[in-house]
Design a protein around this ligand. Sequence first.
Ligand SMILES: *Cc1c(COP(=O)(O)O)cnc(C)c1O
Length: 321
Amino acid sequence: MRALLCDLTGAEDATLVNNNAAAVLLVLNTVAGGREAVVSRGELIEIGGAFRMPDIMARAGARLVEVGTTNRTHAKDYRAALGPQTGVILKVHTSNYRIQGFTAEVGAAELVEIADAAGVVLMNDLGSGTLVDLSRWGLAREPTVREAVAQGAGVVTFSGDKLLGGPQAGIIIGRRDEVELCRHHPLARATRIDKLSLAGLEATLALYRDPELAREQIPVLSMLTASHELLARRAQALAQATGGELVETVALVGGGALPLLELPGPAVALDGPAQLLARALRSGEPAVVGRIEHDRLLLDPRTLTDAEVTEVGRAVRTAMG
Ligand SMILES: *Cc1c(COP(=O)(O)O)cnc(C)c1O
């Protein structure tokens, strides 16, 4: 597994924990426990639930040193914040939001230089890390994990279950010394990944040896990159099965990844009281989740297989009584 991760990412070493929140906690405590962690004000994220970067830092025993402003942070801001107490410079990829307009940020490659000169570690939390350049399939470019490693970060962390499309997992890769310290940290045991997830992750990662195979076999990738032709065929079948109307719509990705990406495609609009219908479908068996636009309930075929189209047709007919 370690060899596979190193192979796919170019990292020297790798270790796994049960999710990326745990990875961030473990790495921060390892490299900055009792010391300072320097981070841009534009990257103090909340990912939902109780995961807020400032809180996680506090729990990891690192003192947060904020630099720059919400929209603009410069190299000199980081340099001015470095001192004998600094343990880490933290770069956080804004996986689930974007700051647009009059903005400036310091790239990871430049931060590595600044960190190296000061003798501290650069940690790059990618959040929704992707192993393939999604632009090869016409999607927005996201920095790949391999690129983050090549920029020289001491540690890179990312989720196994966002864009990667595997089971819940937190992946820690980077330089041998830093990863080794994480692996032998007492928290590593408390945040250990379970064996089933490990097996699932290994199977998912193996598919990435061939990006086209990954695209075919990993649901999140095949859904994100589904052709309009395929979606139109499913939408047509769904419209027929439900008596709904075919409409063109724009979907969003969700799941804390690719926040601005729009996915145009066909959907089926159902007639009737949208809220009531939505609730009936959500609480049915199988549960069907649509979305409401202009007071109509839309069903998007992007996340359905052909077999599921038939099942959803049945669920809709039951819900509509
Ligand atoms: C999602 C996310 C996390 C937490 O990852 P989980 O695997 O959901 O625990 C941490 N950092 C960033 C930047 C994220 O986007």
